[in-house]
Design a protein around this ligand. Structure first.
Ligand SMILES: CCCCCCCCCCCCCC(=O)SCCNC(=O)CCNC(=O)[C@H](O)C(C)(C)COP(=O)(O)OP(=O)(O)OC[C@H]1O[C@@H](n2cnc3c(N)ncnc32)[C@H](O)[C@@H]1OP(=O)(O)O
Length: 263
């Protein structure tokens, strides 16, 4: 019955032009919620989304959005995704916008390639380059994460599940991998607030180890901006906030395109 339902949903989606609206996506997810432990359900959901990205289903022109749920996500990861996603701005099927303070940021394996006006630049700058957090083929083996931004509060939260390839101390996440996710989240946050930036300084205090496979929250908040400089603070906690794993501060400096080209 589930299979039939999914096939029907896919057929319906194929009739729609261009892309699946976020609200419909959410509705399908709700529908599938009872089957979230099933890899089949998630894989099918992904296919539905991928197929509907393009009017012609066999040449998808849109990249994969790595921040959407996949079969490797634990129930805790998925619960938190749903929690923040339900607070995001939504569009009803009638096209009406429902206000929400949060916004989920899509995440591709090469942001530049898919950014407005970035296509040419992405060819100039190492065409084969890929963001390494989004470059591990096996789902769940590396960095599984989704970033939400709160537009009003200028804060950001990332739900992060650390896979088995990120081991440092036995059974725990490598400090470099923790630094990577902090840099990625605060860097994304700073870019959202200030446009193109580079990390000038990242100061990290590791307070308690993060078990491999666990889900943590990475919170980022704006401290201040001063000219080209954006200062952010970051905390990595367990999901109920009772344990501090890592604290960090970051300085991001705004750059022009010429800086990336070495001009
Ligand atoms: C919507 C969002 C989507 C986004 C998707 C993204 C996904 C990807 C996310 C992944 C994200 C990954 C992100 C990454 O991993 S970025 C990769 C790691 N970072 C780098 O490689 C950066 C290398 N450094 C540089 O390129 C330059 O030094 C920069 C650009 C940083 C500044 O060189 P620039 O010549 O341009 O500027 P300036 O030297 O005149 O300095 C300007 C001001 O800054 C102050 N200053 C400088 N450095 C420091 C310092 N260390 N501590 C304290 N202060 C410092 C300086 O005193 C001055 O202040 P003031 O005198 O004006 O007061």
């Amino acid at each position: 019955m589930l299979r039939q339902g999914l096939l029907m949903a896919r057929g319906l989606c194929q009739l729609m032009s261009n892309k699946l609206s976020d609200s419909l996506h959410r509705n399908i997810m709700k529908h599938l919620n009872g089957n979230t432990r099933s890899g089949y359900a998630w894989t099918s959901l992904q296919n539905i989304r991928a197929v509907t990205m393009s009017p012609w289903p066999f040449t998808p022109s849109q990249p994969r959005d790595y921040s959407l749920p996949n079969a490797s996500w634990s129930s805790e990861m998925q619960r938190l995704y749903e929690h923040y996603n339900n607070m995001c701005e939504m569009e009803t099927e009638g096209g009406k916008k429902i206000k929400g303070a949060w916004r989920r940021l899509p995440s591709y394996n090469r942001s530049l390639k898919y950014a407005t006006g970035g296509q040419c630049l992405s060819k100039l700058l190492q065409g084969k380059a890929r963001i390494f957090t989004r470059n591990i083929e096996e789902q769940g083996a590396g960095f599984e994460y989704v970033v939400f931004i709160n537009k009003q509060e200028k804060t950001c939260v990332c739900v992060f599940q650390a896979g088995h390839l990120l081991e440092g101390p036995p059974g725990h996440v490598h400090g470099g991998a923790i630094a990577t996710i902090i840099d990625s989240v605060t860097g994304t946050h700073a870019t959202y607030l200030s446009g193109p930036v580079m990390t000038a300084n990242l100061t990290i205090n590791y307070r308690s180890p993060i078990p491999l496979g666990s889900v943590v929250l990475v919170h980022s908040s704006l401290d201040k901006t001063e000219g080209r400089k954006t200062f952010l603070s970051c905390q990595v906690t367990n999901t109920d906030g009772s344990k501090m794993h890592t604290e960090a501060t970051g300085l991001f400096v705004s750059i022009g395109v010429g800086h990336l080209l070495g001009l």
